[in-house]
Design a protein around this ligand. Sequence first.
Ligand code: SF4
Length: 332
Amino acid sequence: MDRMTGTPARKVLLAAPRGYCAGVDRAVIAVEKALEQYGAPVYVRHEIVHNKYVVKTLEQKGAIFVDETEEVPEGNIVIFSAHGVAPVVHEEAARGKLATIDATCPLVTKVHKEAIRFANDDYDILLIGHEGHEEVIGTSGEAPDHITLVDGPEDVANVEVRDPDKVVWLSQTTLSVDETMETVDALKGRFPNLLSPPSDDICYATQNRQIAVKQMGAEADLVIVVGSKNSSNSVRLVEVALGAGARDAHLVDYAEEIDEAWLEGVSTVGVTSGASVPEILVQGVLEWLAQRGYADVEVVKAAEESITFSLPKELRRDLRAEAAGLVASSEG
Ligand code: SF4
């Protein structure tokens, strides 16, 4: 309570970590470096990461986003997004005589490798994930005959396998940890010998952002998650905030999308952002809130993150070659 005005004190709880993960950072830098190295245009298959602002900014620098590999004119460079692609997409690129840069997050590649290994051992693989998500399409494409998608606990009853004693589950990297475990429990109810992946498929960044939002959820009247609607991990943060006790939670791409009405009777606002969101957008939200009396910001720290990934190997090779004077850059 503010002693001068008698109104409830207004504050912001700011999640840490939030925003860019190592896989997104690498993918965005890969497009920027490719533009510098080869010159515009550089083609990118699908949104490099699921964020409107990032995609718009890269378009302004000369990136062209396409839905299908066939849209890229022969002989050009195409970058594959952080969500990963099925082997068939590499084949399409080879047919179109395209040079490729694979910006698939190494943590998604890890799941692809698990799928290949279990398929080679003739397991039925139950892939927990959201139907239609690019990552799920890419992973499923590694072993289409062995993989069945399980889209949440309610899907478990429909699952059919060849041998209930030779089944393993894997998952999309950006799911809700709690809901995934619910699905796994339901699967174990049907298949008691269900094998688990050798290590977590839900990535460190998704998990840490969910832990932070859980810590603030119970105290927040409103949680604002900065992120795009097609960003799986951002959408999950809204659900996790509500599950943790937040009275209200919304996903916004920009501060301008916040509705003043959401602030009615709100003293504590939680703020976080998905793994594909640049910090500049969160700062915009903090400024918007400060202008409305929510200037007091307290950081809720759930974890330290220090993971980084090196650039895609094709790009490293060309950057090294250029440094050694072997290939021409965009400046000739
Ligand atoms: S959210 Fe996780 S899996 Fe996805 S790009 Fe980031 S680190 Fe990689």
